[in-house]
Design a protein around this ligand. Structure first.
Ligand code: HEC
Ligand code: HEC
Ligand code: HEC
Ligand code: HEC
Length: 427
C-alpha cells in the first residue's frame, strides 16, 4: 500500500467508526422499560382522564402552560407580536390578517384559546382552522369527512373542549403513536407511503409533522392540503404552487403591488426533514420529548418546548460536546439566519413599494411589471418560508441560508424590473 492508500484506509476506517458510533447512540435510545397499559375509551379527549393512567406524562404535559422566553432570545413561549421585531410584516402582509395579528407560538395547552382570540378569525371563518388545535378533529372527520372544513368555525369551536392533547398522537386502546390529521395521511398516500405501516422512529416525527407543516385550503371546499407532491424544499413547493393545485392561486393579492402572494405556514417538518438531524434519522421527539426520570421511572417528557431549556436531556444522549458549546453553536446559526431573514424581509418590502410606485407611472411597461410581480412572489415565499418556520434556522441552517440568499437576489431583481417598467432603470 502506498502512503496515500494507507492514509485513505485509516481515514475511511475512522469515518465508519465515527458514524457507526453516532448511529448506535441514535438507535440505542430505547423506550422506557416498564409501563402498565390502561385502555382509554375511544373518543376520550380529556387529557386529565388519560392522566389518571399515565400521571408522569400528564404532569409533564401540563408544563406546556409555561410562558417563558427561550434561553436564545429567539422563539420562546411568549406570544408577542412578531411585527414588533420585524416591521416588514406590516407591509409584506398588507391586506391580509397576518399584518394585524401574528404572534409567536406558545405551548400546546393554548392552542384553542389563541385561535379563539386571534384577530385573524371572524364570523366568516371556516372549520378548517380547527384542524391542528384539538383532538376533536377525529370526531369531526369521522362524522363529516372533509365536510367539517366548510362548517362555521364558531360551531366547531363550541364543540371543542380540549386543545392539542393525548388523543392527537396516541391510540387510546394501545397507546401506540398514531396520526389523526387526514391531510398528512393523504399527502403521504399520494407519495405511496402508508402511514399505518411507519416504523416507530418515523412515527416519532410523523405525530408532529401532522400539524407542524405548510398547508393551503383548497378553494371552495376549504379542504386542508399539504403541498408536497413535488418535494419538501421551498423551491419544490414553489413549483407545486405554480401549477395552481385545486385551483389555488394565492393566499391574497397585495393591495399596493398587486402581487399574488403565498403565505407560508410553519413548515417545521419540511425544514427538519432535509436538515442534518432529519437526514440522520434523529426525530422531533428525540430533541423535543427527551427521556427524563422521576425516581426510578424513565419516561418521555411531554413538555414540548425549546430543547435548550434541557440541553443535557435533549442533546447530550448523542453529543459529546459540552452543553455550552452546543448552545453557542445553535445561537450562532440563529443569529446568522436572523440577520439574513431581516435583510430578505426588508428587501421584499422595498420591492412591494417599488412596484406600486412603478405601476402608478402613466405608460409603465406592463410586461416588466408582471415580471417584477412574479419575481417578488417568489422572493416573498422564500423569505416567509424561513420566517414562518419555528427554529430560527437551526433545524436546517444550510437550506434556510441558501433560501434567504435567493430571496434577497429575487427581491432585488424585482426592484430592477419595476424600475425598468417605470423607465427609471438606474443600472
Ligand atoms: C436536533 C434537535 C431537534 C430536532 C430533531 C427538532 N428540533 Fe425543533 N428545535 C430545536 C432547537 C434547538 C430549537 C430552537 C429553540 C430555541 O431557539 O430556543 C427548536 C425549535 C423548535 C420550535 C420552536 C419552539 C419555540 O420556542 O417556539 C418548534 C415548534 C419545533 N422546534 C418543532 C420541531 C418539529 C415539529 C420537529 C420535527 C419535525 C423538530 N422540531 C425537530 C431542536 C430540534
Ligand atoms: C404531540 C404528540 C403527543 C401528545 C399530544 C401526547 N403524546 Fe404521549 N408520546 C408521544 C411520543 C412521540 C411518545 C414516545 C413514543 C415512542 O417512542 O414510542 C409518547 C410516549 C408516551 C407514553 C409511553 C411511555 C413514555 O413515556 O415514553 C405514554 C404513557 C404517553 N405518551 C402518554 C401520554 C399522555 C397521557 C398524553 C396526554 C396527557 C400524551 N401522551 C400526549 C407523543 C405525544
Ligand atoms: C394537533 C396539532 C399538533 C400536534 C400533533 C403537534 N403540535 Fe406542536 N403546536 C401546535 C400548535 C397549534 C402550536 C401553537 C399553540 C399556540 O401558540 O397557541 C404548537 C406549538 C408547539 C411548540 C411551541 C411551544 C412553545 O412553548 O413555544 C413546540 C416546541 C411544538 N409545538 C412542538 C411539537 C412537537 C415536538 C410535536 C410532536 C411530538 C408537536 N408539536 C405536535 C400543534 C400541534
Ligand atoms: C438522537 C441523536 C441526536 C440528538 C438527540 C441530537 N443530535 Fe445533533 N447531531 C446528531 C447527528 C447524528 C448529527 C450529524 C453527525 C454529526 O455531526 O455528528 C448531529 C449534528 C449536529 C450538529 C452539526 C450539524 C448542524 O446541523 O449544525 C449540531 C450543531 C447539533 N447536532 C446540535 C444538536 C443540539 C443543539 C441538540 C439538542 C437540542 C442535538 N444536536 C440533539 C445526533 C443527535
Amino acid at each position: 500500500m502506498s502512503r496515500k492508500q494507507k492514509f485513505l484506509a485509516v481515514f475511511l476506517g475512522t469515518l465508519v467508526l465515527f458514524f457507526g458510533f453516532v448511529m448506535v447512540r441514535v438507535w440505542a435510545l430505547k423506550p422506557p422499560s416498564t409501563m402498565k397499559l390502561t385502555a382509554i375509551q375511544a373518543g376520550e379527549y380529556d387529557p386529565a382522564v388519560w392522566g389518571q393512567a399515565y400521571p408522569l406524562q400528564y404532569q409533564s404535559y401540563l408544563k406546556n402552560k409555561e410562558t417563558e422566553p427561550s434561553p436564545t432570545g429567539y422563539n420562546g413561549s411568549v406570544n408577542y407580536q412578531k411585527a414588533e421585531r420585524q416591521t416588514e410584516i406590516y407591509t409584506n402582509f398588507k391586506g391580509n390578517p397576518f399584518s394585524k395579528d401574528y404572534t409567536e407560538d406558545r405551548g400546546h395547552l393554548y392552542a384553542l384559546e389563541d385561535l379563539q382570540h386571534s384577530k385573524r378569525i371572524g364570523p366568516a371563518s371556516k372549520g378548517a382552522c380547527i384542524t391542528c388545535k384539538t383532538p376533536a378533529i377525529e370526531q369531526f372527520y369521522n362524522q363529516m369527512g372533509w365536510g367539517y372544513a366548510n362548517q362555521p368555525l364558531s360551531d366547531l369551536l363550541a364543540q371543542s373542549k380540549h386543545p392539542v392533547s393525548c388523543a392527537n398522537c396516541h391510540d387510546p386502546a394501545t397507546m401506540n403513536l398514531r396520526v389523526t390529521q387526514p391531510a398528512f395521511i393523504e399527502a403521504l398516500a399520494r407519495k405511496g407511503v402508508d402511514v399505518t405501516k411507519a416504523s416507530r422512529q418515523e412515527m416519532r416525527s410523523y405525530v408532529c409533522g401532522q400539524c407542524h407543516s405548510e398547508y393551503y385550503f383548497a378553494p371552495g371546499s376549504n379542504q386542508v392540503v399539504f403541498p408536497w407532491d413535488n418535494g419538501y424544499t421551498p423551491q419544490e413547493m414553489y413549483q407545486y404552487y405554480a401549477s395552481q393545485p385545486n385551483g389555488f392561486a394565492q393566499d391574497f393579492i397585495h393591495p399596493d403591488s398587486k402581487t399574488p402572494v403565498l403565505k407560508a405556514q410553519h413548515p417545521d417538518y419540511e425544514e427538519w426533514l432535509n436538515g442534518t438531524h432529519g437526514k440522520f434519522g434523529v426525530s422531533c421527539a428525540d430533541c423535543h420529548m427527551p427521556y427524563v426520570r422521576s425516581n426510578a421511572q424513565k419516561y418521555s417528557s411531554h413538555w414540548m418546548t425549546s430543547p435548550l431549556r434541557n440541553v443535557h436531556e435533549s442533546c447530550l444522549p448523542c453529543h459529546t460536546q459540552g452543553a455550552d458549546q452546543l448552545y453557542n453553536q445553535v445561537r450562532a446559526t440563529q443569529d446568522n439566519t436572523w440577520q439574513l431573514q431581516r435583510t430578505a424581509g426588508l428587501t421584499v418590502e422595498r420591492a412591494h413599494k417599488a412596484i406600486a410606485k412603478a405601476a402608478a407611472v402613466s405608460g409603465a411597461n406592463q410586461a416588466e411589471l408582471d415580471k417584477a410581480r412574479e419575481l417578488l412572489r417568489q422572493a416573498q415565499w422564500y423569505w416567509d418560508y424561513v420566517a414562518a418556520a419555528n427554529s430560527q434556522g437551526f433545524h436546517n441552517a444550510v437550506q434556510e441560508l441558501h433560501t434567504l440568499g435567493q430571496s434577497i437576489d429575487l427581491a432585488n431583481q424585482a426592484i430592477d424590473a419595476a424600475n425598468r417598467a417605470a423607465g427609471t432603470n438606474s443600472l
